[in-house]
Design a protein around this ligand. Structure first.
Ligand code: LER
Ligand code: MN
Length: 272
């Protein structure tokens, strides 16, 4: 069964980013539950600043699941990238991601590697960056496996990275790895920019698809832009997708209205 989640960020440096609820875990969970979401997707600023007991209590109180946990603060707040030319930064990036994997895993949820992938250039060749990514995933994939969850790798659009932009290329990269525990996160905003056919890309991902960022063409809630999501919903049905569609969208015109619109779009698209 496909379930619906909404994002809560605890990262002040992400200001202007595509997250619905901001900087208040308790308020975000209460609103998510009141609007009928199944789960929340949380972006901690760091492990040290995160109160996992509070999250546990909030999830129990509101009967919510944790859909996933983002590592974006690793880049946005701490400037850590898995492909940084500096070996010390790469090591710290790895440790940051590993800590989020363990934290999310303790809730039965996967961690997401998105912007922490970094980019090639500035003295780092594409081959070198890809080799560092492979090395990192070979360690982080099994770490997530030990928690009984996949690790999610998110292709981003060309303005955010030059490493993983499209589903097909990302699948090719993952195929020869020893770890088969890395799944894809399909963000419909990035896919709208990079894929020739979003539904075909989802079909191609098949059982390697682990999570969806459920968002319209303009990065607003589904229904506030111009993407026709019906073919994608059909593709998700065909591949028997049973994960989350999670609203990683701009909080426009307000967090509440973005969340409400997401619920309405989810109901219309998935319950027909
Ligand atoms: C993260 O999920 C993402 O989609 C990136 O664009 C960072 O905002
Ligand atoms: Mn995303």
């Amino acid at each position: 069964m496909i379930r619906c989640a909404v994002t809560i960020t605890l990262v002040p440096e992400a200001k202007g980013g595509p997250f619905v609820f901001w900087e208040d875990l308790a308020a975000g969970c209460a609103k998510a539950a009141a609007l009928g979401f199944d789960a929340v997707e949380v972006f901690p600023r760091s492990i040290e600043e995160f109160d996992s007991k509070q999250l546990k209590n909030l999830l129990a109180t509101h009967r919510l699941q944790l859909a996933g946990m983002g590592t974006g603060a690793g880049w946005v707040a701490h400037k850590l990238r898995l492909t940084d030319p500096d070996a010390t930064i790469r090591r710290r990036a790895h440790d940051f991601a590993a800590a989020i994997i363990d934290l999310a895993g303790s809730f039965g949820a996967p961690a997401i590697i998105g912007s922490m992938q970094g980019r090639w250039g500035d003295g780092v060749s594409q081959e070198q960056a890809m080799a560092w990514m492979a090395e990192a995933l070979e360690r982080l994939g099994p770490r997530a496996h030990a928690q009984g969850v996949p690790l999610l790798l998110e292709p981003l659009n060309r303005y955010e990275t030059n490493l993983f932009n499209r589903v097909a290329d990302t699948l090719e990269f993952l195929k020869p790895l020893r770890t088969q525990n890395v799944k894809l996160l399909g963000d419909l905003f990035h896919m709208n920019i990079e894929e020739a056919d979003i539904a075909a890309a989802l079909r191609l991902a098949g059982d390697k698809l682990g999570h969806i960022h459920f968002v319209d063409s303009n990065r607003q809630a589904v229904g506030f832009g111009h993407t026709d999501l019906k073919p994608s919903v059909q593709a998700l049905r065909e591949i028997n997708y049973a994960g989350y569609v999670s609203a990683e969208v701009l909080p426009l015109p307000s967090p509440e209205e973005a969340a409400k619109q997401t619920r309405e779009a989810f109901r219309k698209l998935f319950s027909e």
